[in-house]
Every structure is written in C-alpha cells, then in structure tokens.
Design a binder for this molecule. Structure first.
Ligand SMILES: O=C(O)CCC(=O)C(=O)O
Ligand SMILES: [Fe+2]
Length: 326
C-alpha cells in the first residue's frame, strides 16, 4: 500500500508503455498502479491527441456553446437520460445534492451503424447543424481518447496481475461518453443559489476518465487526509483518473478519488471555463463483481455483485438525469 501524501498528481509518459522497451513499460505500470492506489489521478503526455486536434475540438465546442439557448435546446433529449446531445444549465447535480451544477454540456457516445446500436442498446448520437466540423472533430477525438484509454487499461490490467488484454473485449463498443463542458459565465453571482458550484464534489461513474483541459483553474482532488489538491496539468498533458466502476471491481484497491470544480473568485464569475472529459465505460454486460485477487482478510469484499449497465442506471437516477420508474 502506498501511503504517501502527494502535493501534486504524478506525471507519466504513455510512450513509455507503448514504445516496446520492457523496462520502461514495467516502470510505467508500477508508477501508474501506485498513483491509482493512492491519489487516484495521474497526468499523461504522449496520449495521441495532437495540438491541432485539441485546438479544432475546442474551437467547435466554443462555437456550439455560444449559440443561443433556444438553438442548443433543439439538441436536448431528456428522454435519453442525458446520455446524448445537449444537457442544459443546472440540469445535473452531484449524487446526494439537489442544487444543479453551474454548467451545460454535450454528450457524444459510440458512433455505430444502426444495427450495431440496436444490438448494444445505445441511442444514436445527436449532431448540431449549426457548427461545421463538430461531428468529425468530436469523433476523431473520441477515437483517440478511446485508444489512449485502452492503453491505460492494459497497464492497469498488468498492475493487477491480470492478462494485459483483460479489459479489451469489455470496452470494445463500450458505453463511453465524450462530455464537452461549458461552465457558463454568470453576470450576477447573487442570481444563482448560494451553494451552487461549477461541479460539486463527486466520483466518476465509469472505469477511468481521460480529461482534456484540466489545466484551467478550478479542478481539485480530495486527498486522503481531507486536503483539496489543485490539479496543475501542463497544456500537453491530459489527466486520467479512476472511476467508481474500477474502484468497485478492484474492491477499493484502486481509488476513485472525489474531485470538484470550484467557482472562480466573484469578480471572475463572468468568465467561461471549458473542459472535455472522456468517460470510459465498458459494455453494459461487464460484471463488476470484486476481483477475487483483491479480496483478503484485511480487505473483505466491500460490494455486492452488479453489472456495469445496472450500476449506470442506479447512478443516473441519483444524478437526476433518469426518472426512477419504480
Ligand atoms: O471540468 C473538469 O475539469 C472536471 C469535470 C468533471 O469532473 C466531470 O465532469 O466529471
Ligand atoms: Fe468528474
């Protein structure tokens, strides 16, 4: 068990894992595993997203969010539980809260043929007509992040003494979501509920999250001793963290660390913040039961058995995105 209390999240180079150098690969696996057993977050470079792609993606996202609310609302489909398209201001709240977050966002999932979507039981993507290039750029980024996520999961599998390809078939056509977020400007800070924040503290639902744009101020992670640590990623890095599904599957060996996005100082509330997390989900049928190798006398089994699909449904109800049908 790694008991270090770090002041900043560790930085790793994904090229060390993929370059074919066995020594570097082993070190990457160990460093990643130790980081995920303690702070639950790392910053990664050489993740496969070019500067041009990142810039094009942000340009498209900024264009979309600058459209009038009435136009954006054309792409809001609340019957899809916020799983595709636009989700309006204040609609999502963190688990255990009622006040909505100060954000609007857009969700993109797997782009598959109609037959494949039906087989997986996924809704089709929704694309805005008003922003040329939005679809192409978003899908290119989706695929690059999915590839980087697959490499990260291979490293995690090795750290857990599982076959390197353990997660491969589980994430093939997985229910992953690219979330483009706009923390919108607020002209009068007194006009929003006093306890409203950009993103209230939460753990992510999925296996791992790959986050573009965390370098802008605001993102903080909760260290084990209760101290909030600001994330300071470099422009060329993306941040990768453990989500609740992976934490559950490893019986809490890997940590899904609570994080939040705090509001800027009052005089900067009129400014925007953008970020783009990729939530890497497995296929709905993945069994998230705690791995036997992570259960022992000191670490008794902490969770009941559940599939990824059922776990997601449970959490979407808790987030206010899915109405409880019971
Ligand atoms: O905006 C960020 O930096 C983080 C967003 C986040 O944690 C989330 O959407 O789950
Ligand atoms: Fe998050």
């Amino acid at each position: 068990m790694n008991d270090q209390l770090v002041e900043k999240i560790p930085s790793l180079d994904l090229h060390d894992f993929t370059s074919g150098d066995a020594e570097k690969k082993n070190k990457f696996v160990q460093d990643l595993g130790e980081a995920f057993q303690s702070i639950g977050f790392v910053a990664i470079r050489n993740h496969g997203l070019s500067d041009t792609l990142t810039k094009d993606l942000y340009d498209a996202v900024k264009k979309f969010f600058s459209l009038p609310d009435e136009i954006k609302q054309k792409y809001e489909r609340l019957d899809l539980a916020g799983q595709r398209g636009y989700i309006g201001k204040g609609k999502e709240h963190a688990k255990g809260r009622n006040t909505g977050d100060l954000k609007e966002f857009y969700h993109v999932g797997q782009e598959l043929s109609a037959a494949e979507l039906k087989a997986e039981n996924y809704p089709a993507n929704i694309w805005p007509d008003e922003v040329p290039g939005f679809k192409e750029t978003t899908l290119t980024a989706y695929r690059a992040l999915e590839k980087a996520g697959q490499d990260m999961l291979r490293a995690i599998a090795l750290y857990l003494d599982l076959p390197e390809n353990y997660f491969d078939d589980k994430v093939h056509h997985g229910n992953s979501i690219l979330r483009q977020i706009h923390y919108f400007p607020i002209a009068d800070p007194d006009s929003v509920p006093a306890d409203a924040v950009r993103a209230a503290e939460h753990g992510d639902i999925n296996l791992i999250t790959l986050l573009m744009g965390a370098s802008a101020d605001g993102l903080q992670v909760l260290r084990r001793d209760g101290k909030w640590i600001p994330i300071t990623a470099l422009p060329e890095q993306i941040v990768v963290n453990v989500g609740d599904m992976l934490s559950r599957h490893t019986n809490n060996k890997l940590k899904s660390t609570i994080h939040r996005v705090v509001n800027p100082p009052r005089e900067l509330m009129h400014t925007s913040r953008y970020s783009i997390p990729f939530f890497m989900h497995p296929r709905s049928e993945m069994d998230l039961s705690c791995l036997e190798s992570c259960i022992d006398a000191e670490n008794p089994k902490a969770y009941t058995d559940i599939t990824a699909g059922d776990f997601l449904t449970e959490r979407l109800i808790e987030l206010g995105l899915l109405k409880n049908k019971k």
